[in-house]
Each structure stands twice: as C-alpha cells, then as structure tokens.
Design a binder for this molecule. Sequence first.
Ligand SMILES: NC(=O)c1ccc[n+]([C@@H]2O[C@H](COP(=O)([O-])OP(=O)(O)OC[C@H]3O[C@@H](n4cnc5c(N)ncnc54)[C@H](OP(=O)(O)O)[C@@H]3O)[C@@H](O)[C@H]2O)c1
Length: 509
Amino acid sequence: MDQGNLSDIQDFYKEKCVLLTGATGFLGKLILEKLLRSTEVQKIYLLVRRNRKDDPEKRVEKLLECPIFDGIKRISSECLSKIIVVHGDMSLIDLGLEEKILKNIVKEVNCVFHTAVAAKVNQTIVDASLTNIRGTGELLNIARSMKKLKSFVLVSTAYSNCVKEEIDEKIYDLDVDVEEFITSIESDGVKGLEKYKSLTEKWPSSFTFTMALAENLIKNESGKLPVAIVRCSSIIATNLGPIRGYIDSCHGPTGVVIGVGLGILRVFYGDDDKVGDIVTADYVINNAIAAGWAVNEYKDYDKFEKLYLKDKVPVFNCVSSPNNPITWKTFGEIMDKYGKESPSSKLMWYPYKIVTSCLYNYLLLKFLLHTIPAFILDIVLLCVGKRGRISGFYDQMEGYTGNIQYFMNNSWVFNDSNNKELIKGMTRKDRELFNFDHSDIDWESYLEYYMKGIRVYILKDEMNTVKQGQKKLQTFKYLHYSLITLGCVILYLFARFFLKMFLGIFFNV
Ligand SMILES: NC(=O)c1ccc[n+]([C@@H]2O[C@H](COP(=O)([O-])OP(=O)(O)OC[C@H]3O[C@@H](n4cnc5c(N)ncnc54)[C@H](OP(=O)(O)O)[C@@H]3O)[C@@H](O)[C@H]2O)c1
C-alpha cells in the first residue's frame, strides 16, 4: 500500500473499526481480505457462529488458510492480528452476542458490512426469515446505538424484486407489515406463514423473498443512519484479485457448470437466448466498500450529482447486463470450450448438455438422460455389493440447479444509474483500487479463469492433472458415441421388427 498517498476510499477506512457478518461465506471472506490488503482499518470484528465441528475461533483459523489470504500473509502477516472473532448468530436476539462484546462493538464500530445470509438450497422460509429479516433488524438495532457509525452496507440480491420485470435502484414497498410478519413466524412458525401465502408464492425462493422484506425493514427502520444497499446478480469467480478466478461457492450458474463439466448434468431447463446477469465476486465487494464510503459522503453534496441521494437509503444495483450483456448461450459455449480444453480428472462421463425451454421436453429428457441411467447405475452398484446412491445424487443436484432454472428462464431490465454515478464520483486511483465497472470485462478471457477456478478451488483438482482429464475425456467420448450408436442400432431393429409385424398383420406382407 502507498502509505503516504492514500486514495479517498482508503483515507475513509483508515483507522476505522469494522464489523463484518458472513466472513466464512464466499463474499465475506473476500471483503475481509480486501480490507486487510487495501486499506488501513484498525480492527475487524467478525461475527461467526459455531458449526458442528468447530468453534468460531477454529473456523476463522481455517478460513485464513484459504489461498486468497496467501498474498497478505506474504506481505504482512501482522495485519491478521486486526481480526477479532466474536461468537454470534444472526438468527438470535441481539445476534446472540455476549453483553460485554456487544458493549465493545457499540462503542468502537464505525463501519458495518452485512453479508451473512441464509440462502441454502434446502432452507426453510422460517429459518430464512429469522436470519435474513429479523437478523438484519437486530443488526440495525445494534448499529443505532453505535455513536461512531459512519456506514452500514447490506449486501442483498438483485433478484429481491424478481417479481418485477424492470428493477430500479429503489426499495419497493411490499404490501406487508414486516414486524407483524416476523411476530407471526416467531409465535406460530410455518403456520404463521399461511396468511402471507399469496405473497410468498410469488417469489421463486425463500432467499429472494426474505431479502425483499429485509430491504423493506431497512427502509422503514434505518432512520437517519448512513445505510446503503448493494444488490448483486449471480456472483461468480473473482476477475482481478486477490487471485484471478477464485471461487468456492456453488450458488447460481456454478452448480450447473460443475454438473455439466463432470458429465453428470445432461439436460437443463432454461432459455439459452436470455441474457444472464453475472457479476464477479471481487467487483461486488469493491462495490460494497465504495458504497460504504459514499454513504458517509452524504455531507459532501457537491461531490456527486447525487442521483442516489434522492432516496433515504441509497441502493446500488451491481449488475452487468446494462453495459456488458452476455446470453446464457454464449456463456455455455465458452464454458464448454474451456471445460474440454482442461477437463477435470474427476470426470464421470463425456460432458454434453441439452438446454430446452419447453417444460415437457425437459421432463421427458430428464427421465431418459438422468433418471434411467441413474437407476441402471444404482442397480449395477447394488449387484457389486455397494449401496446405490446415484439417484440420490441427482436429487441433490436438482436442488442446486432447480434454484437457478427460474433465473435462466427469465430476464430482467436493471437500472444501474446510481452505480454509474458512484463510479463517476470516485477518483482515478479509487477506480483502479476498487474497480467494479463490469463494462470493462472481456467475458471470453474471464470465463477461462472462472473454469480453472472451479477446477482448482471447488473440485480440488490442480491444473497438473489436465493430461489425466484429457485421457478420461477421450475414453468417455468413445464410450459415449459407442453407446449412442448401439442405441440407434437397437432402435432401428425395434422399428424394423414392429414395422414388419404391422405390415404382416394389416397387409399380410
Ligand atoms: N452468491 C451469490 O450468487 C449471491 C447472489 C446475490 C446476492 N448475494 C448476496 O451476497 C451476500 C453473501 O453471499 P455469499 O455468496 O457470500 O453467501 P454464502 O457463501 O452462503 O455465505 C453466507 C454467510 O452467512 C453466514 N450465516 C448464515 N446464517 C448465519 C447465522 N444464522 N448467523 C451467522 N452467520 C450466518 C454463513 O455462516 P456459516 O458459515 O456459519 O454458515 C456464511 O458466512 C448475501 O448477502 C447475498 O444476499 C449472493
């Protein structure tokens, strides 16, 4: 870092105390790394819950082993001492924080980044509501007591309002009292949701619906707090840093890319011609960091045209489609190309995919290409004394891909004027340090790194196994086309047999 010559954004974060939620998640860990690497924050509180195996301290210790931290460890490992782990849970009252810790946080914190979210595939709407809506409310309550608060950034989803076709940078009012909704869930659980059924049914997932309500809660309850919302579309690998192509999350299109790339997913329900809004993880976190700085700049009214200041809570749509659109078809073609150039050694069959936007075609093809082969393989496994599990595996994969199908069958018109305004208001140095302008991305070369990132960081398959992968690809290709030829021959023989029978019965030939 250029010590004597800090940029505006670096200057803003200098000596600041940050509270970050969701640090064990994909985006959270990237925000943590970026703040440590590119700013001189004084301290970062990480709110982490324990999991089945480890307590929060152990989890953060493991988190810091992630390769994205290798760079800062090489340059100055002392900066890791700025991290303070606090035990907390977003689904609990007061976030489950100990009183003493809570007092320290209230006294010291200047900037809040809220990225913790309940967005698992099998998440119930009750759990998602308690974490995403009530948890955001609890965090906001705590922020209200922070005397030195300068910024509060909620990272939300660009699809929180996916029930609309055009999505502006504003919080849309929902016809529901958020407080009443939460009270209903608290007292009656799933039963409490019944009266909201006509509303909840409109959203494709509990995640998108609860984020819409969390945004409404922020709008109603943030008062004069310096709060901003950064809404992002489908987040995939990093573009520029800390490592090009880093990804460790299977959300969104990544689950599909993995399924197809390994030769498991063969048919997909989606519309190839639709524009797929994808954003890179490092640009999203840069956007959040810049929004935190901007929301504190309220005082400095001359600096920007202040488009986003017309609303009490500025919203920034972090999307790519308005400036650099890419269709799912182009995305798929590029991924196919790089998938076949450096196939994984974990390949399970020759990768091919059929994309259809006709539901009946999809169901029929799914039966033929997923259900039947999985059933046959399960029987083979059973015969050799192993418990069949391929069908279960397909069900699991369906969970991942089912979530994205809605988004691959629809497209939205996003407005990102606030974000453009935000970029315009940044200095050249800040634009370089905290770049989030998706119009400068060359998708072809970026997606090559995305593919490699999936291979190395998700599949844990280093690039030195490419040759093995290529051998497997050749073998499976041979088997795949042999099977298709065999299938065609059998079909032909069947057709000939039935035709002969038909002619024999009706025409006595
Ligand atoms: N990834 C995407 O494609 C995408 C798209 C649109 C918007 N977003 C937004 O980006 C943000 C982060 O997403 P992500 O991809 O980083 O998600 P992620 O990888 O699933 O991480 C979620 C984080 O939230 C934490 N969390 C969940 N429930 C919690 C609880 N009850 N208490 C404390 N922590 C809890 C998780 O902790 P554990 O490790 O303990 O589970 C994890 O650290 C979210 O705000 C989301 O709205 C993401």
